[in-house]
Design a protein around this ligand. Structure first.
Ligand code: PEP
Length: 252
């Protein structure tokens, strides 16, 4: 089945409200209503409302880079799915490797956040990916399978269709080192196969699996031309509207 590609911009802790406004205005003018791909921008929390306001009515969606698993209460510093939606977000990143490895998010925490995102009406982008030591030891697939299993414990096929998976090998994030299209395709096939085994072929066929890790306009075409690669999660190269837009059109 053919899946519409999704090109996602993860700004991380970069861009102020002013910078987000400039980006959103530029992107809005360069994206047409009927583009053959979807786009989503993940600004820092403070910049989310203004980004969503400017991009409202355009085909570009907006999301949060993280969320907490409770709806409200005494959780200092946290943000709920409902708050993201009120601010104009429709997507959320869950389990980014920077949160897993720098902040210590476990597979269990990632699972709770994933359930909160779906329960709260957001589309989660679940990030999975191995470290270089796992790849070199031939454990990349086992590692990713464990991350998927832990995050999706208790899920049904219908829930899985509401998520997007991003395969982001940790050794490729922010390093300038990109997975080859062949390696990325092999892992994407593996992920789709693991989903098919647990949730059925239909759910796996509908699931979008993005690639992330040093994607830029120069290498995006060779990745996005692969039918197994349903889009890209882009960090560094998503900070300039023109560069991000060039990634979206790179396969044509
Ligand atoms: C990311 O942060 O998800 C990412 C892929 O970053 P970069 O494109 O900079 O490697």
């Amino acid at each position: 089945m053919s899946r519409k590609k999704l090109i996602a911009a993860n700004w991380k802790m970069q861009k102020t409200i002013v910078g987000a406004k400039t980006f959103a205005e530029r992107l809005k003018t360069s994206v047409k209503k009927d583009e053959p791909y979807d786009m989503v921008v993940f600004p820092p929390f403070f910049a989310l409302p203004v980004t969503a306001e400017i991009l409202g009515g355009s085909p570009v969606a907006v999301g949060a880079q993280d969320l907490f698993w409770e709806n409200d209460g005494a959780y200092t510093g946290e943000v709920s799915a409902g708050m993201v939606i009120e601010a104009g977000g429709t997507y959320v990143i869950v389990g980014h490797s920077e949160r897993r490895h720098m902040i210590g998010e476990t597979n269990e925490v990632v699972g709770k956040k994933l359930r909160a995102a779906i329960g709260g009406g957001l589309t989660p982008v679940l990030c999975v990916g191995e470290k270089i030591a796992d790849r070199e030891a031939g454990r990349a697939e086992t590692f990713v399978e464990e991350q998927l299993e832990a995050a999706l414990a208790g899920f049904l096929g219908g829930d899985v269709e509401r998520i997007v998976v991003a395969y982001e090998p940790v050794w490729a994030i922010g390093t300038g080192r990109t997975a080859t299209p062949q390696d990325a395709v092999a892992m994407h096939r593996f992920i789709r196969g693991a989903i098919a085994n647990r949730f059925g072929v239909d759910a796996a066929d509908r699931l979008r699996v993005l690639y992330g890790g040093s994607v830029k306009p120069q290498n995006a075409g060779s990745l996005l031309r692969e039918t197994e690669i349903d889009g890209a999660l882009v960090g560094g190269a998503s900070l300039k509207a023109e560069e991000f837009a060039a990634i979206a059109t790179a396969r044509t």
